[in-house]
Ligand binder design. Structure first.
Ligand code: UDP
Length: 323
């Protein structure tokens, strides 16, 4: 593997971001706007926030189309496109029971449409896959060569299996048509611009702690996750996009916490009086999750900068501004 040459500027380049109203994609979009790229955002607001697009619209080099990407893309026949980020899927477990078909369609038909566009425009394409492709993993930490342990008919299947399909589709476009592709597997990520009612653990716990409500621990809280602050994640995404490696990379932060520790850290960081309350563990909830970062660190100096404590403060400040 070669070391990465990161561009100092992307002036004159066009970046397409599918799912631009989501918290990770809108942070990616802002990063590339600041590098001088023309950025085109697409979103249908199924789970993304209008406020994230309003923020991006302050940049002159941003254009937005309200569009459901599995129902067709805007007419880009005259448009040069250099980089495509496939970041459009809802990703919170509470979405899995409410909009499973939309999730499966965006990751299959939506990804297909973006890959066809990449082929037509000779653009580099990045598929944002997920640690969920490992399911409830039997090896720990998870390395990219692990094939996973996924229940194909369980409550998380719509996401896990459609992202596995998206990885297969991306790899097939690279092999059959020579499309220049990248794949990232995003581990648990949090930060400003998440929806307060997103349903994932960090926004739930922060909002409960801020309001002095009980912190809702599912199961006994011994299950683990490794949480990455969103700006560190964007740094990893950028490194992968500008690498020359098409096989998947884990991206995230390898610091691992039990969910109970996570609750206690949040209570402490926010000086909250909230108590812990225990609720049933959802079916197929992965017991342990931590990315093995060896592969990414073999091609760049990636080192997450934001500690959990600092990230929690920054995220809480964001939620406070929305209360
Ligand atoms: N969780 C919890 N309380 C909540 C929300 C989530 O204990 O209010 C747990 C959940 O059961 C899982 C972990 O926190 O074990 C992370 O859940 P999340 O929904 O953030 O994402 P996942 O990693 O499961 O996709």
């Amino acid at each position: 593997m070669s070391q990465i040459q990161l561009p100092k500027s992307l002036e004159g380049k066009t970046v397409l971001i599918a799912g631009a109203a989501g918290f990770v994609p809108s942070t990616v979009a802002e990063f590339y706007l600041n590098l001088g790229a023309q950025v085109i955002g697409l979103d249908n607001f199924i789970t993304g926030s209008k406020s994230n697009i309003e923020l991006l619209e302050k940049y002159q080099n941003f254009t937005f189309f309200k569009q459901n990407i599995y129902q067709g893309l805007p007419n880009f026949s005259e448009q040069k496109i250099d980089y495509i980020f496939s970041l459009a899927s809802p990703a919170s477990p509470i979405d899995f029971s409410i909009i499973p078909l939309e999730i499966m369609r965006v990751n299959s038909e939506g990804t297909l449409a973006l890959l066809e566009l990449a082929k037509a425009k000779n653009a580099r394409f990045l598929e944002a896959s997920t640690s969920e492709v490992y399911g409830d993993p039997e090896i720990h930490p998870q390395t990219e060569d692990y094939f996973g342990h996924v229940n194909p008919i369980g409550p998380r299947a719509c996401y896990d299996e459609s992202k596995r399909f998206a990885e297969a589709l991306t790899t097939s476009y690279a092999k059959k048509y020579g499309v220049d592709t990248r794949i990232i597997r995003i581990f648990n990520t949090y930060g400003p611009r998440m929806r307060p009612d997103d349903g994932r653990v960090i926004p739930n716990f922060i909002n409960q702690a801020l309001k002095g409500e009980d912190i809702t621990i599912y199961g006994d809280g011994s299950q683990t996750r490794s949480f990455c602050f969103v700006t560190d994640l964007v740094d990893a995404i950028h490194n992968v996009m500008f690498s020359d490696v098409s096989t998947p990379f884990n991206i995230g932060n390898p610091d691992e916490y039990t969910i109970k520790e996570c609750a206690e850290e949040i209570i402490k960081a926010l000086g909250s009086k909230s108590k812990l309350s225990y609720h049933p563990l959802p079916k197929d909830d992965p017991k342990r999750r931590r990315p093995d970062m060896t592969k990414l660190q073999s091609i760049c100096d990636y080192d997450p900068q934001i500690s959990f404590q600092e990230g929690i403060q920054r995220t809480a400040d964001y939620f406070k501004s929305k209360l």
